[in-house]
Design a protein around this ligand. Structure first.
Ligand code: NDP
Length: 255
């Protein structure tokens, strides 16, 4: 897949999709920068990467993407001297009808899901131009479709999709590709972090079988496989794309 020896940053690598993506890059022989806030979880991802490839070169950066974007890029360049792939995966949601949500919730979600991606992209871009590298953003089916009680999250992911297309055009003349994946429901900590109880989460996963055309929810590895494809030369003529990894959820319409 042409990823051996490439320097790859994965944000939100301490859990779920990011942890699976970091492990997949390690398996492909990349030098992987694992970043997130939870240090115990970062250690677990570090161990998974080493289990996947005992010779993998890793850099672990405990950092918050909303405040430490410049540090993440600088520490990577200081250690490896170059950057080939940036995976903007860190993200979260806050739910509520417009009658209930407040501007602090809006700011928190937009800061993490959009503003931090802008900053990481801005600091990474000159290095990606040097290596003719690429960016993969982890968006959501919520960027492509609308869901009640999720206006802030949906708006943040739609903004991320549009940012993906615009930056793809900015960087295409430099041969730097920029794409996004748009997952459907994937089994991670994401929904529990929204405040769902175990019982509600179990019910939600059962209900989700009916909202995904393939009749099931997804696994982090299924998203990681698509990230690997978009980061590799196998997708050398793809840029500005938003690729649903959602068992057909984006194609469905209630009847
Ligand atoms: P998880 O909750 O399992 O993981 C989220 C990751 O994001 C964690 O590693 C977390 O780090 C990190 N993160 C969040 N905020 C920050 C921050 N401010 N600074 C640094 N790291 C941060 O969820 P997923 O793996 O599911 O989520 C990954 C991406 O996938 C998100 O962008 C999400 O929106 C998207 N997505 C997920 C779907 C799903 O059904 N799971 C569906 C569609 C999209 P830490 O724990 O160390 O703080």
């Amino acid at each position: 897949m042409s990823l051996a020896g490439k320097v790859v940053i994965v944000t939100g690598a301490s859990s779920g999709i990011g942890a699976a993506a970091a492990t997949a890059f390690a398996q492909h022989g990349s030098k992987v920068v694992i970043t997130g806030r939870n240090e115990a979880n970062l250690k677990a991802t570090e161990a998974a990467c080493k289990a996947a490839n005992s010779k993998v070169e890793l850099l672990v950066i405990a950092a918050d993407v909303t405040t430490d974007a410049e540090k993440i890029i600088k520490t990577t360049i200081d250690k490896f001297g170059q950057l080939d792939v940036l995976v903007n995966n860190a993200g979260f949601g806050e739910m509520g009808s417009i009658l209930d949500i407040d501007v602090d919730q809006f700011d928190r979600v937009m800061n993490t899901n959009v503003r931090s991606v802008f900053l990481l992209t801005k600091y990474a871009a000159p290095h990606l131009v040097k290596t003719q590298g690429n960016i993969v953003n982890v968006s959501s089916v919520a960027g492509l479709r609308s869901f009640p009680g999720a206006s802030v999250y949906c708006t943040s992911k739609a903004a991320l999709d549009q940012f993906t297309r615009c930056i793809a055009l900015d960087l295409a003349p430099k041969n730097v590709r920029v794409n996004a994946v748009n997952p459907g429901v994937i089994i991670t900590e994401f929904h529990k972090r929204l405040g769902m109880s175990e019982a509600d989460y179990a019910k939600y996963l059962e209900h989700s079988k009916t909202t995904h055309a393939l009749g099931r929810v997804g696994e982090p590895k299924e998203v990681a496989d698509a990230i690997i494809f978009l980061a590799s030369d196998s997708s050398s003529f793809i840029t500005g794309a938003t690729l649903p990894i959602d068992g057909g959820k984006h194609a469905m319409c209630p009847r």
